[in-house]
Design a protein around this ligand. Structure first.
Ligand code: NAX
Ligand code: ADP
Ligand code: K
Length: 506
């Protein structure tokens, strides 16, 4: 698990480290510059350590610029050719910056107020870091556009200038980096789109922030890496299928059969003991062929659908409802009944969410834990918030919705967020090949499987989203992003789980 900070959290960690722990800002700055130097050298001087680099370092008068000047000095002192462009447009210059500027000038680094056109090997952006407050315009915009037009290896210090460190939104225009070396913690703006696309490779380096200060600030957001697969529930040698839960999958309708099979198979692949599919009678044969491991109960009218819902409630340990059920009377009455009566964990997806969005009070009446897995369009219907506004504030929308209804929400997008209303998990696994029909049904099945095998609702949703992305990455490796389909993601689940078992994470 690693924390992901926003602007104010990072500034507070800075402040506590400097003011309360007494670590001088200038010391942090030196460490920051050393880490960037190391990252540049490891990429451009690994084959020939004597290679002389021609470097442009562009700075403004804040502490990001101070980092830039310290880096310029280190590059210069190791024998590289360095030109510094100090834009000199902001009214309040930081003390550390002035200090660094004086040293840079004294040791003979050339500092001008404009970019000297040349063939640079390295172009460094030390204009704005987490201090960016408003849209980039005027002289700053012109400078960034000129930098973007230059060749060479583009390096951003802490954040690319113009990227909002909290949201990843572009503030007017932004420096397009090949690498961003960011300090202490990763930043939300370097993970969310479009910020992550122009940050290039993101390297997170420690520069001496005290862990105690990070814990004190306790950033709201965090993400997982492979070590977190250790949360996967283990299996006991003395187990039987009852040990790993009974999952009711209420899915599929007359014209929709794929969703139920994707979800049911994904749940089985996650280790669920028994899956029972409740679906329209028209799907009976397909289910028998496509997922023979599942038990089946079918309905052909609303009364029988209600009977199915009652059976699901009595029989199961967890209920997944929604994929492909449509919005007919049978579906509506099953959704209303399950959402209001179930005491076991309910995973509500797809059409269940569309039905809920027409009658949102249903969601407020739940008795057991509820996980909702809307994509942005479904969340827009649930909240009435326009899609572009959700996209800009996906983390807050996810957190607020979870808080309002006391549910766990997995708000699906290229960077899915999962929240219980208190903190937020940001997912970084997965790829654009997953923008394919049925990928969401697979996710719902994975999460339901994790609930059945023993995880709490929130952990199941977070780990499920992470594993879904890993399986998507594996599917892309086998099939390619264009050709992969939902079934490939299901098939890849076993590889992810097997890999974790092999690494001793399960
Ligand atoms: N606090 C510290 O001593 C440390 C700071 N560090 C660096 O300092 C950065 C933060 O420094 P600062 O808080 O000084 O801020 P920045 O250096 O990021 O920004 C400089 C100033 O630019 C102005 N500004 C913001 N948006 C603007 C816009 N759109 N157009 C024109 N001017 C604008 C603001 O007044 C802001 O304070 C970090 O990202 C990191 O690189 C690191 O060196 C670690 C230690
Ligand atoms: N570009 C992408 N990068 C990472 N994950 C993606 C991307 N596009 C889609 N996904 C993931 O694929 C899934 C798609 O779900 P959804 O939109 O519900 O599809 P469907 O309704 O067809 O099943 C979500 O989990 C989403 O996060
Ligand atoms: K920068």
């Amino acid at each position: 698990m690693f924390y992901v900070a926003d602007r104010t959290e990072m500034q507070e960690i800075d402040r506590l480290t400097i003011e309360e722990k007494g670590v001088p800002g200038i010391l942090l700055m030196e460490r920051a510059a050393i880490t960037v130097l190391e990252e540049i050298n490891s990429r451009l001087k690994s084959i020939n350590a004597d290679r002389k680099l021609k470097c442009l370092v562009v700075v403004e008068g804040g502490n990001n610029g101070g980092d830039g000047l310290a880096l310029a000095r280190l590059l210069y002192q190791q024998g590289d050719i360095v030109h510094v462009c100090y834009i000199n447009g902001i009214s309040r210059v930081s003390d550390s910056f002035s200090y660094q500027l004086e040293i840079a000038k004294k040791i003979g680094i050339q500092v001008t107020d404009h970019i000297i056109d040349s063939d640079y090997d390295v172009v460094v952006d030390g204009i704005f870091g987490v201090g960016l407050k408003r849209d980039v315009a005027g002289i700053w915009r012109e400078t960034i556009e000129t930098m973007n037009g230059l060749g060479g290896f583009k390096v951003a210090i802490d954040t690319p200038s113009g990227v909002d460190a909290s949201t990843g939104q572009i503030m007017g225009c932004a420096f397009k980096a090949g690498m961003t070396v960011t300090f202490g913690l990763n930043k939300r703006g370097l993970i969310f789109y479009p910020g992550c696309e122009i940050s290039g490779e993101v390297v997170v380096r420690d520069i001496g922030f005290a862990q105690a200060e990070v814990d004190r600030v306790h950033p709201v957001a965090y993400s997982y890496n492979r070590d977190d697969l250790c949360m996967l529930p283990g299996r006991s040698d003395s187990s039987n299928k009852g040990t790993y839960g009974k999952l009711a999958v209420i899915a599929g309708s007359r014209d929709m059969s794929g969703a139920m099979t994707f979800a049911a198979e994904a749940a089985y692949r996650m280790g669920t003991g028994l899956v029972k599919i409740y679906t329209h009678i028209d799907n009976k044969e397909i289910a028998g062929v496509r997922i023979p491991e599942a038990v089946l109960m079918c309905y052909s009218n609303k009364d029988e659908a209600e009977q199915c819902a009652r059976d699901a409630m009595e029989w199961s340990d967890a209920i997944l409802i929604g994929p492909g059920i449509g919005k007919g009377d049978a579906a509506r009455s099953m959704v209303e009944y399950i959402m209001c009566e179930a005491v076991q964990t309910v995973i509500a997806d797809a059409d269940a969410l569309n039905i809920i969005s027409e009658k949102p009070d249903i969601l407020g009446r739940h008795r057991g834990p509820v996980i909702v897995t809307p994509h942005i369009g479904e969340m827009s219907r649930l909240t009435g918030v326009a899609i572009p506004d959700i996209k800009k504030n996906i983390l807050e929308v996810c957190k607020d919705f979870s808080m309002e209804y006391n549910v766990v929400s997995a708000l699906k997008d290229a960077r899915t967020c999962v929240s219980d209303g208190r903190d937020v998990y940001i997912n970084t696994s997965g790829n654009n090949g997953m923008s394919t029909a049925g990928a969401g049904d697979v996710l719902a099945g994975i999460i339901a499987g994790l609930v059945c095998t023993g995880l709490g609702a929130y952990e199941a949703a977070k780990l499920g989203v992470y594993i879904h992305g890993l399986a998507g990455d594996m599917a892309a490796e086998h099939r390619g992003r264009n050709a992969m389909i939902a079934r490939d993601i299901v098939s890849a689940i076993s590889e992810v789980i097997k890999g974790a078992e092999h690494d001793g994470q399960q």
